[in-house]
Design a protein around this ligand. Sequence first.
Ligand code: G3H
Length: 255
Amino acid sequence: ELYRELSGIVAMEQQLTNIFGIARVIIVPGDAEQDETVKQQLGKVAAQVLQQIAPAKAKIAVTGGSSVASMKEYLSDVPVLSDANFIAARGGMGDEMTFQANTIVSKFSKRCGATYRTLFLPEHLSEQAYEAMKDEPIIREMITLYEQVDIVIHGIGAAQEMALRRKSSQQEQQILEEKGAVAEAFGYYFNADGDIVHHLRTIGIQRHQVNKAQHVLAIAAGRNKAAAIQAYFKNAAPQTILITDEQTASTILKN
Ligand code: G3H
């Protein structure tokens, strides 16, 4: 705690909390891009926060990504989490299996002795497939669950990098560029003003559902994400708690 005070981390946390107008910013010392252990620290802090904020029988929606996945080792079967339900916030990811929401919720729930819900769908659905699927009972049930979520845990990505990771078509990548997409979170792309400019047509948690969750935990760090984080928080849910690292925070504050 003394290090955090002396290094200016506490002051940066306060500054960013004010600039973003959110519930809280927590900064982990170091640079996750250079040092893998820093990413683990992000996960550790996120797991601690989750324990503090989770209500009984919490419904917790979880997106994919390596930052969110880093919480896994720090979750345990404390009473407050053992009756939680971890819900995959989206179907597929066109991304590495380890970092898909479906994989993550099953791992989290095992650590906590909790329950989980998965949703296996392609990341990109045609208009017809989407229309046909959204009335299926299993999908309806998932959508109802999203309406009742208490906590959302999500990562934030740089738009271009996420489009590549999702193997988006050339055409989609071009659309993103034209629309000035800077950030990505839970399937939405945002421009530098934090406005939604693109949304993947897939079954998953919707932005209005994120906005009405009691708590939102965002985990994101890396100098290459600084602009994305800045853009995303122009317009993010005010109940969000951001967990990031020292390098990212100072990059944002210098911009
Ligand atoms: O939506 C953003 C991504 O989930 C971020 O993924 O944590 O692996 O960078 P990452």
